[in-house]
Ligand binder design. Sequence first.
Ligand SMILES: [Zn+2]
Length: 78
Amino acid sequence: MTDVWERCPKCKSDQVVTRGKLFYFLIWFAAGGCLLWLGLLFFWPLLVVGFIPIVVSLFSFMKAKVNRCTACGHKWKP
Ligand SMILES: [Zn+2]
């Protein structure tokens, strides 16, 4: 994690967090999984909707890491 960390290029703050792709992958995958479960149990069209976050999670897994400054909200690639 620390190999890509750097100060915010915009405001020089050190309040910078690195969001790994695994983080986004898990978020989207969990969202898709919940929708798929709800679709199976209650409402079948949710099965179709649930596939969208799954696909997004796969794409986010291929994306590079992103640094985000919590002071000014600036995002950039390390
Ligand atoms: Zn900043």
